[in-house]
Design a protein around this ligand. Structure first.
Ligand SMILES: Nc1ncnc2c1ncn2[C@@H]1O[C@H](COP(=O)(O)OP(=O)(O)OP(=O)(O)O)[C@@H](O)[C@H]1O
Length: 209
């Protein structure tokens, strides 16, 4: 399994320097909890780590290579879940997952999808439009990607939003198990992670004026 290294990253948005000269490593087999107040730049940093946006300075390395030079391999090894569920509200849970798998060249089987939806407590809700699900149920459908794709690196932006106590425990357990198998996880959250998630490395972003 592989980790990520951020090397002297600088990110500027509308003349405000969100962070500068930021370096850190996300080793294989680690869970990093990215903290900071609203507007500090957590989402901006996660998007840099995915390669979806580019830093003003610095670079990100995957397997010691700049991600820009190995984007297809990197993205094949990555699951990114943004702070919005990223679902088509007119499609069902099954249709959304099928579409996502096709987009990411992941083999899809109804059997596997039902198994994952069962783990996530969504049985009976799999074939109605997403817009008819509650916020927490929609979040669970979005998180199903973490069970469907075998990816080394998980980049998760506020994945606990709208989850109930059981949902939080389920996700923390899944994160821990991924890390114990050598996976790399970085996640934001406005609530502290519990001991269920296992050992955590903290990465704090200050709000810079
Ligand atoms: N595309 C953009 N154009 C201009 N400014 C942006 C853009 N994206 C983010 N920003 C600004 O960058 C700052 C950091 O935003 P970001 O979403 O990274 O913060 P965050 O730490 O994730 O906040 P929150 O905890 O509220 O989700 C904000 O002030 C935001 O207005």
């Amino acid at each position: 399994m592989a980790g990520l290294t951020a090397h002297t990253l600088t990110c500027v948005k509308r003349d405000r320097v969100l962070f500068a000269d930021l370096s850190f490593t996300l080793p294989a087999g680690s869970l990093t909890y990215l903290r900071g107040p609203n507007g500090a730049g957590k989402t901006s940093l996660l998007r840099l780590l995915t390669g979806l946006s580019l830093p003003d300075q610095g670079e990100i390395l995957f397997n010691d290579a700049p991600i820009a030079e190995c984007l297809p391999q990197f993205h094949a090894s990555l699951t990114y879940i943004g702070h919005k569920p990223g679902l088509n509200s007119a499609l069902s849970a099954i249709e959304n997952l099928q579409y996502w798998c096709a987009q990411h060249s992941i083999g899809f089987s109804l059997d596997t999808a039902y198994k994952v939806l069962t783990i996530l407590g969504l049985v009976g809700l799999e074939d109605i439009p997403i817009r008819m699900l509650s916020a927490g149920q929609q979040r669970r459908v979005a998180l199903a990607r973490l069970w469907l794709k075998s990816a080394d690196v998980w980049i998760l932006d506020e994945p606990f939003t709208a989850l109930d106590v059981n949902g939080i425990k389920l996700l923390e357990t899944h994160m821990r198990s991924h890390v114990e198998q050598g996976g790399t996880v970085i996640t934001t959250s406005h609530q502290a992670l519990s001991e269920v998630a296992g050992p955590v490395t903290l990465l704090d972003l200050e709000y810079r004026i």
